[in-house]
Design a protein around this ligand. Structure first.
Ligand SMILES: *Cc1c(COP(=O)(O)O)cnc(C)c1O
Length: 395
């Protein structure tokens, strides 16, 4: 099968919804209030950061939260607060954003890159177990694309080997696993509010946890080594200023009121894409059963997906760059997705260890992404994605 830019008018000629979505009146009001208050930072308290923190702890089903400047720093603070030390090993999936691994490097620890499940592309518990050594200290499951990693299986490995679990929840605000909110399933969960994430203030992060001692340690890491309630210039620990501002929190707190609605919208859109893709088959398929493209399935335990991305797997030989260019010409931009972390020489050069990762390598060849902003569109337009794919693949 060859792919060609088919010609004719593009399938989609109007723009997709913007990201971030336009700010709403509640955000504008709260940001203005914060600006007028003059209390822009949260060094000594900060009511909006405090409310946002409490709301995220509650969303995650845990008691404590610490706001951070971004999720990379949040993951670093979580690892440090949980006692991960230089030289310790931290297991991360091969198919994720690079920051999952660089946060480990920031803590002086060794990222151990292991393979993902070949079907759902989430961290594989058997691969994790096979990679555990005497130096392993932590596992970092990533709730990839907005669907939860297989936390029961990963927690079981952690319990068996005495490891801590840091959930990288950067892509999964509001997701649930077997009916339970993510973020509170491991020892610590970390959300991102970077510009591309499901809730954003341009930048920002949030750390949540259940354990009081972990909370106090992480708070100290993010607040220049201070002790909660301790002397202002005492600094009994080594820590940094990793704080979020009140202005950022004012963009995020009202967003929580519409998160459910946005998740529902993206889920409806994705369900429609899935139906439309099931209806197309290869043009030369004898029985019509061969599907050239399918939606990457979510892990079994997914009860609510935040649909940060829609991952599609292409089952026929194709030239990815050409497919992406041809789809863009049809008005349906796609992303190529992640190269396997183990192939990034900057990481291995900095000491990361990579296990064999054939499933991540395959995903890097065969998987393309539909962006979050497109998933915010009217589900009636989901057909355009299948239509453009069918047109391009028929070339
Ligand atoms: C975005 C992202 C991060 C990093 O978040 P920042 O807030 O940009 O530091 C970490 N892990 C994953 C999986 C991400 O998608």
């Amino acid at each position: 099968m060859t792919l060609a830019i088919h010609g004719g008018p593009p399938v989609r000629s109007t723009p997709w919804p913007p990201w971030p979505p336009p700010i709403d009146p509640a955000q504008r009001k709260l940001v203005t209030e914060v600006l007028d208050s003059g209390l822009w930072g949260a060094t000594q308290g900060g009511p909006v950061v405090a409310d946002l923190t409490a709301a995220f702890a509650s969303l995650s089903g845990v008691e404590y939260g610490v706001a951070a400047g971004n999720a990379t720093l949040g993951l670093f603070a979580a690892l440090r607060g949980l006692g991960v030390r230089p030289g310790d090993e931290v297991i991360v999936p091969a198919y994720t954003f690079v920051a999952s691994a660089t946060a480990v490097l920031l803590a002086g620890a060794v990222p151990v890159i292991v393979d993902v499940d070949p079907a759902d592309l989430h961290l594989s518990a058997p691969a994790v177990e096979a990679a555990v050594t005497g130096r392993t200290a932590a596992i970092m499951p990533v709730h990839l694309a907005g669907s939860p990693a297989d936390m029961d299986a990963l927690n079981a490995v952690a319990v068996k080997h005495g490891l801590v679990v840091v959930e990288d929840a950067a892509q999964a605000h509001g997701a649930t696993y077997r009916g339970r909110p993510i973020g509170g399933l491991g020892d610590v969960g970390v959300y991102s509010f970077q510009a591309g994430k499901a809730m954003t203030a341009g930048e920002g992060g949030m750390i949540v946890c259940r354990d009081r001692a972990a909370y106090e340690a992480i708070w100290s890491v993010c607040n220049v080594g201070r002790e909660l309630g301790g002397q202002w210039y005492g600094h009994p620990n080594v820590g940094w200023n990793l704080r979020l501002t009140e202005i950022q929190a004012a963009l995020l707190l009202p967003w929580l009121d519409r998160l459910d609605e946005e998740l529902d919208r993206r889920n409806s859109f994705c369900a429609a894409v899935e139906r439309e893709l099931a209806a197309i088959s290869t043009p030369d398929g004898q029985d019509g059963a061969t599907r050239p493209v399918s939606v990457v399935p979510r892990p079994d335990g997914t009860t609510r997906d935040s649909r940060h991305l829609l991952m599609l797997r292409v089952h026929v030989p194709f030239d990815r760059d050409f497919l992406i260019a041809a789809m863009a010409a049809e008005g349906v931009p796609l992303d190529a997705g992640y190269p396997p972390l183990g192939t990034m020489t900057a990481l291995t050069g900095a000491g990361a260890r990579a296990e064999p990762c054939p499933a991540a390598a395959e995903a890097a060849r065969d998987v393309v992404w539909v962006r979050q902003s497109m998933l915010m569109d009217d589900p009636a337009n989901a057909a355009q994605i299948a239509e453009a794919l069918a047109k391009v693949m028929a070339g």
